[in-house]
Design a protein around this ligand. Sequence first.
Ligand SMILES: C[S@@+](CC[C@H](N)C(=O)[O-])C[C@H]1O[C@@H](n2cnc3c(N)ncnc32)[C@H](O)[C@@H]1O
Length: 266
Amino acid sequence: MADWDPELYHRFQRYRAEPVDLILERLPLTSADTIADFGCGTGEYTVELARRAAPDGTALGLDSSPAMIHRARALCATLEPPLARRLRFVEGDFRTIEDDARYSVIFSNAALQWATNHRDVLARWTRALKPGGRIVVQMPSNHEETAQMTLVAMTADAVWQPLVGDLRTPSHAVGTADEYRTMLEALGLVDVACYYHVFHHPMTSPAAIVEFTRATALRPFFERIPVARHDEFIADFTQRLERAYGTNGPLIFEFRRLFLWARRPA
Ligand SMILES: C[S@@+](CC[C@H](N)C(=O)[O-])C[C@H]1O[C@@H](n2cnc3c(N)ncnc32)[C@H](O)[C@@H]1O
């Protein structure tokens, strides 16, 4: 798949940061922490985690996107040296990590939905936790919201179906809160909490929702559609959203996200 576009991804940074704010509110960190941020993107949250684990806590940001890691390293180079020294950004795949008992905190925001077989990935992450270590994961679980339902209906139409096949948005890879509770407990984790939170993002128009989605959920679709038809795809999606939401003006974009918390027994 084509690499991520950090600029486009950052266009709605304020909204994308809201779930992280909720996580940070209830994630106490100390100087003894060794943190991993899986699917760290451009690294802002990895930096914030390390900042909160001052003076000696360390944070690794791991991401498979060269563009994202490049941006994260550039950010790191602007930081005060005592903080920068506690950070490391590495290009790699979080599905294949083999770090045993290395981290006291594993954090992963809006990344695991890009993988399949979450049980195997979470089993690896569990092994990577030190005894007593905590894991916190956030994933979009929004496939029943109007925009994603509209996208699924649109790509089933004869115009787009032969190009996109049975492709779905990454949210479709995300199970239910109950499924993850069972999975995490079966992995031997304790203090398991899995729950949804719906965020309400004011948007200027349905076209802004298309823009929001373009940096993330639409990426796999653009992979399958010839570049020459991307504008047509965007125009079709925008018109359908205007009909579905009943407006081409301001609206509230409801975005449901799933939070997973657990701890490895000490
Ligand atoms: C939506 S971005 C989230 C980035 C960051 N965590 C944030 O909240 O801003 C998803 C990130 O997951 C990364 N990613 C997806 N699959 C991955 C994998 N198998 N291993 C490592 N990183 C992955 C992507 O490269 C991308 O940077």
